[in-house]
Design a protein around this ligand. Sequence first.
Ligand code: GLA
Length: 394
Amino acid sequence: MKLIEQVAARYQQKFNRQPQFIVRAPGRVNLLGEHVDYNAGLVLPAAIDRATYIACSPAPAPHSTLWAVDYNQMATFSAQSVSAKTQADATPLPEWAFYPAGILWTLLQENLSAPAMNAVFASDVPRGAGLSSSASVELSFMLAWQTLGGWSVPPMQLALLAQKAENRYVGVNCGIMDQFAAACGVEHKALLLDCRSLEWKELALPPDVSIVVADTTIRRKLADSEYNDRRQSCEEAVRFLQKSLPHIHTLRDVRVEDFNRLSDQLPVKTERRARHVVEEIERMNQVEALLAAGDIQTFGQLMNQCQRSLRDLYAVSCPELDALVEIAQTLKGCYGARLTGAGFGGCTVNLVAAAQAEAFALTLAQKYQTQTNLQPEVYITHAARGAEVKWKSE
Ligand code: GLA
């Protein structure tokens, strides 16, 4: 059964009636521009055809009751209980409920109407896999409350509100990329976002190129604290560099030449991390022209360079990601392969000639399994639409 049918059927079962509407919001891959969104750089994500679906109706105030199909658990909270991160009965919220509760908390802060709801939700975005399952849950609840509340703000604004929920309520200091992609995704297009101006463009990928996602199946427990630690290193690098370059605000403002000239003033670990960011931002400056020219070969090489930099400088890869990428890069039809998202396990993204994509996926899975004894999930995906209401009752 499709996810949309599953949430509808479960809703009927749990609440004894039809839902009023069903929303969906997708996960994403990032093709290039990794760990630069919180340094005000450019990124190139695409929403994917995996998503969170919520079947939803208004409920009597004040309590929202949410069923998480994937956990087979329920949580009940209200505007009163949400800031203490507790349920209506004062027990702590389960971790999965932090995302919807964080959205409610943010909407209340912004004085946007967020009426109580009954909801059932499920997702086929794998969790902790670098495909932004959290942003997809956040944006789907954002859209559900927007629909119930009867207000309307532009998708980028929804993304910023969801980012605030993740930063301040969930406690992960993420940038804007994931929430942006989940909110603003466009079918068959990658999105080139300038994380400083928040302007973006749709960029077409050549029709004969497929996006293949491969999951190492590795999940790292400490990923959130490692992520926040990288972000602090970037801020530290800016403070050091400001002594010589007083005009800079973020690593986006630092040219590679200036960085090379001043890099010995930085502590070694900080220097390596900042170098990844400065060079990745430089790579991103080439992307628009390359894709306009259909030069997927050179674009793929930038992906491969990015992987080396994430492994050797930013230190967010792991042996299994390295193995999956190295195998991919030897296979026929592969233009470029690298880890996608924050790293520390999770998925790789591969650009592959469409005619070879099926064979590529099969061989990659086989070789990775032989080498690591792990069974990866490998699938061909395509750029999909962002958050949307999928169905409404008459
Ligand atoms: C996570 C964050 C994003 C971004 C990526 C790394 O997905 O949520 O904001 O920083 O890592 O590029």
